[in-house]
Ligand binder design. Structure first.
Ligand code: IPM
Ligand code: MN
Length: 352
């Protein structure tokens, strides 16, 4: 099969982890007889430096014309402590999500048997956890009207949702639940927020179309608590943009390292695959970042966009093998030898 993949390395550790994923994808292409054309493009601070725009039109064209987008990370410390910066790398990410129509962010959380004790949570609490967040990604407070008034002394961000936005996300949630244990949790704050009441009412109305799915409705604060108490009581969770942002960082603790969890952002036409971690600027250029979240994002790409299940499984299997044999970066190595980012990548390639 011919695969055309837009490659957006981005900032910080992005280029280093992306390089390992590319090596692994190339090894898969050789093994399973595919031909990959990579289309590199600029995003984030790297794009601001080069052309003054964190998501240039040229990058958008490349993404639109690719079968899938593989993305590293965005963000640079020189913007974090400068609230007055006019252009920020993160705006590139938001613009990209909006322009590509990537309204559903799929963030799985699962445990690796060989890493259970890496999690700060107790083994008996997290064993068997296998849940998926579907985070709404192009609406809510991230994209609502925002600004200042009263001469700058008052600031506001507005959260807005249309029924249609909720329906398309919830539909993906119900469909995903049907392929799993048929349990869906709608996470909201319907005791306080009007947008949450719209979410709840919309999802309730959809229940009749999926009679086999058991739906629970839970407030986000309670979910934040139960997620670390009994994560394996959840399966598919749907939620709005900001709640999903917060809960998925929290959920990554269950797996033991932020450096492990992949994600997909999907719309009607396009799909983007990226690790859930950020650009980790302190580690940039040091060859120490964990590449596995990006490698596992590539596995999701093979499975979901290209429908190449065997290829995806081969990647997941070799990742598991590397974890079992302790071929891991410093975030996971504990007292044992820490491998470099590129060494982990090489090991995966040699063992595929
Ligand atoms: C994420 C990130 C982004 C978000 C930032 C970098 C804008 O935290 O992908 O979760 O808040 O969505
Ligand atoms: Mn986040």
């Amino acid at each position: 099969m011919k695969l055309k993949i837009a490659l957006l390395a981005g900032d910080g550790i992005g280029p280093e982890v992306i390089a390992q994923a590319v090596k692994v994808c190339e090894a898969i292409a050789v093994k399973f007889n595919h031909e990959i054309t990579w289309k590199p493009a600029l995003t984030g601070a790297a794009a601001i430096d080069a052309v003054g725009d964190p998501y240039p039109d040229e990058t958008h064209e490349i993404c639109l014309n690719a079968d899938a987008v593989l993305f590293g990370a965005i963000g640079h410390p020189k913007y974090d402590n400068d609230p007055s910066a006019k252009v920020r790398p993160e705006q590139g990410l938001l613009k990209m999500r909006k322009k590509l129509g990537l309204f559903a962010n799929v963030r799985p959380t699962f445990t690796f048997p060989s890493l259970i004790d890496n999690s700060p949570l107790k083994r008996e609490r997290i064993e068997g956890t296998d849940l998926v967040f579907l985070r709404e990604l192009t609406g809510g407070i991230y994209f609502g009207e925002k600004g200042r008034k009263d001469g700058g002394e008052t600031a506001f961000d507005t959260c807005t949702y249309t029924r249609e936005e909720v329906v398309r996300l919830a539909k993906k949630g119900f469909e995903l639940a049907m392929t799993r244990t048929k349990k869906l949790c709608c996470v909201d704050k319907a005791n306080v927020m009007e947008t949450s009441r719209l979410w709840r009412e919309t999802v309730q109305a959809m229940e009749k179309d999926y009679p086999e799915v058991t739906v629970s409705y839970e407030f986000v604060d309670a979910v934040a608590m139960r997620l670390v108490q009994w994560p394996n009581s959840y399966d598919v969770l749907i939620t709005e943009n900001l709640f999903g942002d917060i809960l998925t960082d929290e959920a990554s603790v269950i797996s033991g390292s932020m450096g492990l969890m992949p994600s997909a952002s999907v719309g009607e036409k396009n799909a983007l695959y990226e690790p859930i971690h950020g650009s980790y600027p302190q580690a940039a250029g040091k060859d120490i970042a964990n590449p596995l979240a990006t490698v596992l994002s590539a596995a999701m790409m093979f499975e979901d966009t290209f429908k190449l299940k065997k290829e995806a499984k081969a990647i997941r299997d070799v990742v598991n093998k590397s974890l079992e044999q302790g071929i891991v970066t410093e975030d996971l190595s504990g007292k044992n030898k820490a491998y470099k980012t590129s060494e982990v990548g090489d090991w995966l390639v040699n063992n595929l």
